[in-house]
Ligand binder design. Sequence first.
Ligand code: NAP
Length: 249
Amino acid sequence: MGVKVVLITGASRGIGAATARLAAVEGWRVAVNYRLDQTGAEAVVAELRQAGADAEAFCADVSLEADIVGLFNAVAAHFGRLDALVNNAGVTAPIGRLEDYSAQRVEQVLRSNVLGPVLCCREAVRRMSTRHGGVGGAIVNVSSAASRLGSAGEYVDYAASKGAIDTLTLGLAGEVAAEGIRVNAVRPGLIHTGIHAASGEPGRVERLAGSVPMGRGGAVEEVAAAIVWLLSDASSFCTGSLLDVSGGR
Ligand code: NAP
């Protein structure tokens, strides 16, 4: 038994990078996926190696099927095995009301946040399921509290994409439970990352902190802790779970 390998999509910064750091500390070998931010991804990999972990960066746009297939093949070629997947890569969209959305905007959100994770799950199941000669594994999908709040006036399409992630998690968990694969999701609330600036409001977490029962936004490390726990054998009887990491929001 070698050291287990986890592929984390969108790990060049934010929640994905924090998950990569913690997974390395917990003894995983880490495949760091990114789309554009090569500098960020390589900095994460350098940090993991500095800490003594085996890590490699892989460029792939998870909104594209050919990139996803290439990503899983490259990870297999480099590490020789795959034990876990974190479907973390995701995008919001400019804050606005639904009546102003273009089809192109909605399509990009759904491709990145739904099509990508579904196809990444497909590639992971093909490699990890005992049905296909694998030894099992764990999948953690990064959903959002938006899936149950709806994000009215902000990005309803994004919220709907995360609703799809919750349902994907429930369905796939049942489908592969007897094949050695656990599938769970975390639903972060307001977390301090660059995703809010990308949708046009860098101060969004501060503006909405009063709506959080704990009165603050969350840190990426607090989400990473939940993800890495769901990857680990410590959560061996959890599958189909949706774990809110939202300060009570
Ligand atoms: P972030 O700081 O913007 O990081 C997003 C990461 O995803 C980056 O590494 C980015 O890499 C990558 N990415 C985006 N589209 C990609 C694609 N098509 N292919 C490959 N990589 C892609 O965001 P974050 O806040 O850490 O968000 C991570 C996840 O948490 C997302 O699924 C998000 O919906 C979810 N979430 C976040 C919050 C929050 O408050 N921050 C709350 C709930 C849920 P490149 O720059 O290289 O493209």
